[in-house]
Design a protein around this ligand. Structure first.
Ligand code: URA
Length: 234
């Protein structure tokens, strides 16, 4: 677990409690203690684990959460509409480095998405080499035609505009118009384009699981903090 040693105002501002310039006032308003002793000096140095605000430990230095993304929410920092970050507590929205999604889901896609302020974790998990399994439940406009499972698992399907074929994907049929699809890549609109390639259309897309993280116990919009000890994804 990270436990950095730095000025109290630096701890508070990087975790979104207040800005550096507001720190003096924050220390007057809230009971900020280092090892149980109240501090008023912004330049007092302390380990993260030693600082409390109103008797409560600081938020974790690295924060990674799993959210069950609702439909209509956008995975972007600077788009129009309801951004996914607006669903986080205000303090988390002010963290520096910022919380960012690990990869993206389309606005109308629901389900499992990780958000983190840990840049190296984000890079590792969203890189094309990361190979993280992503499991989707897909509702289709038309009944399956019969060859989809074979084609998707063949590793021979090249999507329009791509030069290389997709890796093999596993498809499980749940009904005439309902399947589960596990992919290991994350190309733009990949699932929708895969079904487009077989003459169908995705009308509902829900990501059941990202790596080991499933959202079945979370309502739409709910999230849970992933303990660092849990973050063993390989
Ligand atoms: N594939 C898609 O087409 N959309 C998503 O949001 C995720 C995977």
């Amino acid at each position: 677990m990270q436990n950095s040693h730095k000025r109290v105002d630096a701890h508070l501002s990087s975790l979104g409690y207040c800005s550096r310039s507001e720190a003096k006032k924050f220390l007057k308003t809230f009971r900020v203690c280092v090892n149980g002793v109240r501090v008023f000096e912004t330049n007092k140095k302390a380990y993260h684990s030693e600082v409390t605000v109103d008797e409560i430990a600081l938020d974790p230095e690295k924060l990674t959460i799993l959210m069950n993304k609702p439909s209509g929410v956008i995975c972007s920092h600077d788009d129009v509409g309801v951004l996914i970050y607006s669903m986080l507590p205000e303090r988390w929205q002010k963290r520096n480095p910022k919380m960012s999604t690990i990869g993206r889901l389309d606005g109308d896609t629901t389900g499992a998405i990780l958000l983190t302020d840990d840049g190296s974790l984000n890079h590792k998990l969203s890189s094309p080499k990361s190979d993280m399994p992503k499991l989707y439940e897909v509702t289709l406009a038309q009944a399956l035609r019969g060859d989809e499972e074979k084609l998707f698992s063949s590793g021979a399907l090249t999507l329009k505009g791509e030069t290389k074929p997709l890796h093999h994907a596993k498809m499980e049929i749940l009904g005439e118009t309902l399947v589960r699809l596990e992919i290991h890549e994350g190309k733009y609109h990949q699932v929708k384009r895969m079904f487009g390639a077989v003459g169908n259309k995705v009308i509902k897309l829900h990501r059941v699981k990202f790596a080991n993280y499933a959202v079945e116990d979370l309502a739409f919009g709910e999230y849970k903090i992933l303990d660092e000890a849990f973050l063993i994804l390989e």
